[in-house]
Write a protein that binds this ligand. Structure first.
Ligand SMILES: Nc1ncnc2c1ncn2[C@@H]1O[C@H](COP(=O)(O)OP(=O)(O)OP(=O)(O)O)[C@@H](O)[C@H]1O
Ligand SMILES: [Mg+2]
Length: 1019
């Protein structure tokens, strides 16, 4: 072994006296260095052999690479090759003194710190507590004394592995003083050559770029006698020879025993890599290696190693002219196949490629982690449930679309197959895991569906983010499906989000398309296995059902860190609530609230899922529970779901309930294919509704995490909801009329809702409202009913009442505040139309002169109670009379002006015209202005004008220049044609009236004056 190079050195040394020295030096070193190398095993028992056999193997590899060309080498080059092969790992020989010195170094502290940041590292636990300055802490990360010794050794080995190339350089220069190696250093050989040798050794551990750089190694250098030597070339040969030391006998069984069965996982990976070598060819023409690994880490290691080999060969080839001493030496051998496979029934997806999630996926998962896109565990699980439901729907369609009658696919209700399909089964099972982290319990989440399963063709698409859209066969099938049944998946990131919860997902799946059964193990792109996907083909078994079972491990707090106490009785059914209510903070060691919460969320998912969801919860302590969630448990307030195939071009399910609370719509629910999302668009007064969108891709409606409406879809969802609401109400009218006598309250609420819709939307709501007549007058109010009030000739309606405050004093009837209750507005309009009567707005103080004295305190900060009283005082009282009366009382008008003067935020106000003097300031009917109504019920008044003031917090402004600009802006919006000057005169009169008459005579005169003087310019 390695005799060719040695013989060549001997032969060449015969050619010149000075060259003899090289041969003598080598004779010494060939005997001395191996003795020293034997000590590598002391610190590195868990490594492949780094003794003389490794050096020899490198030399053999170099001989193979060079072939006949060995004869062209100069004696000095040959000597450098031989010596470098023997010296290069000498840095792994570590004298005790070096150990002690390094332990105290700053650099070593940095190294420890970096290990503490790497939870994936074998030494993470040990390094976390290791402190060289404190013996008491050093070994806290070990369980037994032998463990402590082994881990300490591994820690130091890792440190010296990183440093060994640089150490080798120093040791070559001073072998005796650094390690007691008595390799002769005499004046017979220039020290320069030993320096070159040291640099070559050091360069076996640097990047290729460093080697070639100005600080790297020279191409040519004077050798012994009249020879040249080629340090760069020698270093390159050493690197290749080292990388190619791959054979399957590289580990020493004795050392393996010494390292023990608990040697680091990376060592085992290297062992497997070497064990795996099946074919190795290194000669002048070609390099070929194939490996068949038993384990995934071995597979990854082999892959990495082959990658380096490829890189190194390509780099050297590309720069061969700057490396090789002469053309006659020829080129490096060609790199043939380097193949890695997994043994047995494990399978690689694409020959020669690593089956894995790509780089993009790594970035995306990193982004997902950072972005809080998924801010709790459930959204990730929801993605998996969604996939199971999607696969089941697709499976039903793939298997049965041809055999069923076409009517069956018309709507979800007509499709009996949804009910009979096998439910998505979710199991959450706690397991006894002795290796688990302290404080954490291990749970298995298993989701089983009877859907399409995954074929190897599907798998290729799955590995790419967004790849499902490019799965043509799948898309073709989806295109043919009825709109309502199409799967909800669209973004193609759902599956990856599972890696936020676990490093590894296992699937067993049988495809209805290809009949293959596969076992998949998918690793997180960010985890230690770097996105690897392992596929195991399982022999076909007819007993295996179609579909997919997915399993992952979750680590949840053994005793939950935070929880919520159930607020309502009805929440008590939830698993989480039951856990909370039975928890004993002292005597219980486990409190699996987080898992219970997940079960609740799974059950909630099942509520409106087209495919039923069954859930099983099995904590180690406590009872096992099973649930079958389906839409039976609907909230009682809603009507039945109605399927509407065309709501403004979309297919939806819809249900609603008229409501006397105008803001009920804010609690309306929006779902996309059964799953709720947040939506602030689509508001309609006096109705609560629930809409389930069953058409359009998820991306057109939702944000990527499916939590919210995509902003661009706001207008569309409003149009769809209005269309659905219109259709549903129109279809229900006949039935409502028939049931009106039996359900008078519902009929009244419906009437109220229809009349309010008629006000804002016109037809067809006006027609629908007319069908209910004045039924809205039966909506419950506090006091006399509105209907009986309509028989009186003079009556008062108070507003702003609620269950706690009771009716408004001195009033015949009270309602809620005019902004939340439509009754005052409808009453006002009906009174004018039906009775030809008049309405006046009063201030509540006018009914009760005793409280008027408080008026002066308006706005003084005297506590919450005071503020609430003030707010209530702001609610107008409406006087209904058959006699004519002015639209506002002076007191009401003044009160509202002053209250606007102190409200927050700049705004302008509209007011209904109550005085013929200002009629010419009336706005055109179709005006659109950013202004609010001074007094809410006026909104239904037929004529409006804009007040000239800008209300700011505390001030009421109208400077001459503001007024001028206002006139220019308003003139074109007025109902009658006026000149700018005419507009200005009218406004000036109005300002004089308000400032000097109305407000000056009111209880708020001083405050108004103060508010008005702020800008300093009285007009
Ligand atoms: N349980 C399953 N059965 C069959 N195929 C599945 C299952 N889970 C995932 N897949 C396949 O994996 C693909 C990727 O799933 P993923 O959730 O990442 O994307 P998607 O569902 O297409 O889109 P989205 O991100 O909107 O959920 C799916 O399109 C489907 O082909
Ligand atoms: Mg999905």
């Amino acid at each position: 072994m390695a005799d060719i190079l040695i013989d060549h050195l001997k032969k060449k040394s015969g050619e010149h006296g000075a060259l003899k020295t090289l041969a003598s030096q080598w004779d010494f070193d060939a005997k001395l260095i191996p003795k020293a190398l034997q000590a590598v095993g002391n610190l590195f028992p868990h490594y492949s052999r780094h003794d003389e056999s490794h050096s020899r193997q490198i030399l053999v590899n170099i001989e193979r690479l060079l072939g006949e060309s060995v004869s062209l080498l100069t004696a000095t080059d040959t000597w450098l090759i031989l010596e470098a092969a023997y010296w290069h790992d000498i840095g792994m020989v570590v004298p005790k003194q070096d150990l002690s010195e390094e332990l105290q170094s700053e650099e070593f502290q940095d190294f420890l710190a970096s290990l503490r940041q790497s939870p994936q590292h074998d030494l993470f636990r040990f390094a976390s507590t290791f402190d060289p300055s404190d013996l008491a802490k050093c070994f806290l990360g070990a369980d037994t004394p032998t463990d402590a010794v082994a881990r300490f050794n591994e820690l130091m080995a890792e440190w010296f592995r990183r440093k060994h190339p640089a150490r080798a350089e120093a040791m070559v220069r001073a072998p005796w003083s650094s390690a007691g190696i008595s390799s002769p250093r005499t004046e017979l050989m220039p020290a320069r050559l030993f320096r070159v040798l040291g640099r070559i050794c050091q360069m076996h551990g640097t990047s290729f770029e460093a080697l070639l750089s100005a600080d790297g190694l020279p191409f040519k250098e004077a050798g012994m006698a009249n020879e040249d030597c080629h340090p760069r070339f020698v270093a390159c040969l050493l690197r290749m020879g080292d990388l190619l030391d791959l054979d399957d006998n590289r580990f020493c069984p004795v050392l393996q025993r010494i390292a023990g069965d608990d040697r680091p996982a990376t060592s085992r990976a290297h062992e497997d890599k070497h064990q795996a070598i099946r074919h190795l060819r290194i000669d002048r023409d070609r390099i070929e290696v194939s490996a068949e690994c038993q384990t995934i880490p071995g597979y990854l290691e082999a892959f990495r190693w082959f990658d380096w080999l490829k890189q190194e060969t390509q780099n050297q080839m590309a720069h061969w002219q700057e490396i090789a001493p002469s053309r006659e030496l020829g080129l490096l051998p060609t790199l043939g196949n380097l193949t890695v496979t997994l043994s047995g029934d494990l399978q690689v997806l694409q020959e020669g490629r690593r089956p894995q999630f790509g780089i993009d996926e790594k970035n995306v998962i990193g982004l997902l982690q950072g972005s809080n896109l998924y801010n709790s565990a459930f959204p990730c699980i929801r993605e998996l449930l969604q996939n199971a439901v999607d696969a089941t729907l697709l499976g039903i369609w793939a298997k049965e679309s041809r055999s069923a009658l076409s009517g069956e696919w018309a709507s979800p209700a007509a499709c009996g197959r949804l009910q009979t399909a096998s439910p998505v089964k979710v199991e959450l099972i706690e397991s006894d895991d002795p290796a688990g982290e302290a404080g954490k319990a291990t749970w298995f989440l298993r989701i089983t569906d009877g859907g399409t399963g995954i074929s190897s063709a599907d798998l290729l698409h799955m590995l790419r983010i967004g790849g499902s859209q490019k799965n043509a066969a799948r898309q073709r099938l989806i295109r043919a499906m009825p709109e309502w049944m199409k799967p909800s998946g669209a973004f193609g990131i759902g599956l990856q989000s599972a890696f936020l919860l676990s490093d590894c997902i296992r699937l067993k799946t049988k495809s209805v398309f290809s009949n293959e059964t596969l076992e998949l193990e998918m690793h997180s792109p960010l985890g230690p296995n770097e996105g690897l996907v392992v596929v195991r083909r399982v022999p076909n078994d007819v007993a295996q059902a179609y579909g997919t079972a997915l399993e992952m491990k979750l680590r949840l707090h053994r005793f939950a860190q935070s929880w919520q106490i159930p607020a309502f009785r009805r929440d008590h059914d939830s698993v989480a609530a039951q856990l909370v209510m039975s928890m004993d903070p002292l005597l219980d060691d486990t409190f699996p609230y987080d898992a219970g919460k997940m079960v609740d969320e799974v059950v909630a998912f099942g509520k409106k899922s087209p495919i039923r969801v069954a859930c099983e919860f099995a904590p180690l302590a406590g009872e096992k529970k099973s649930f079958l969630a389906d839409s039976l448990a609907a909230p009682e307030e809603a009507g039945d779901w109605r399927f509407l195939p065309d709501a403004n071009g979309h297919c939806v399910e819809f249900r609603y309930r008229p409501h006397r609370d105008q803001s009920a719509s804010h609690q309306s629910r929006f779902l996309y294919r059964g799953q709720p999302f947040k939506c602030n668009a689509a508001y309609f007064p006096n109705v609560w509704f629930e809409i389930n969108l069953l058409s359009g891709a998820a991306g057109t409606w939702l944000s990527a995490n499916r939590d919210e409406l995509a902003p661009k879809a706001a207008d569309e969802i409003e149009a769809v909801a209005l269309s659905a609401l219109t259709q549903a109400v129109e279809a229900d009218m006949t039935r409502y009329r028939e049931e009106s006598a039996a359900r008078p309250e519902y009929w009244a609420d419906l009437s109220l809702f229809l009349h309010v819709m008629a006000l804002s939307e016109g037809e067809p709501w006006r027609g629908l409202a007319a069908q209910t007549g004045g039924a809205w007058k039966d909506v419950s109010v506090i006091g006399q009913s509105i209907r009986t009030c309509f028989d009186l000739s003079d009556w008062l309606l108070g507003t702003g009442a609620d269950a706690t405050s009771g009716p408004v004093e001195h009033c015949d009837v009270s309602t809620g505040s005019p902004s939340g209750d439509a009754v005052p507005t409808l009453a006002l309009l009906a009174w004018e139309r039906e009775k030809n009567g008049s309405v006046q707005i009063l201030a509540v103080d006018e009914l009760n002169p005793a409280s008027a004295s408080a008026a002066g305190h308006l706005g003084t900060p005297a506590g919450v109670e005071h503020t609430m009283r003030e707010t209530r005082r702001m609610n107008p009282v409406l006087r209904f009379s058959l006699d004519p009366q002015p639209y506002y009382s002076d007191a009401a008008f003044a009160l509202h002006l002053i209250s606007n003067a102190r409200s927050i935020g700049n705004h302008r106000c509209l007011v209904a015209i109550r005085d013929a003097r200002w009629l010419r300031l009336a706005l055109r009917k179709d005006f659109q202005l950013p202004a609010t109504w001074l007094i809410r019920p006026c909104a239904s008044s037929p004529t409006a004008m804009l007040l000239p003031y800008l209300f700011t917090s505390g001030e009421v402004q109208v400077t001459p220049s503001q007024l001028m600009r206002l006139c220019v802006r308003m003139q074109p919006l007025l109902a009658v044609e006026l000149t700018i000057d005419e507009v200005r005169h009218l406004y000036e009169d109005l300002i004089t009236y308000i400032d000097d008459d109305l407000m000056a005579a009111s209880a708020y005169a001083a405050r108004w004056r103060a508010a008005r003087s702020g800008d300093g310019h009285r007009v």
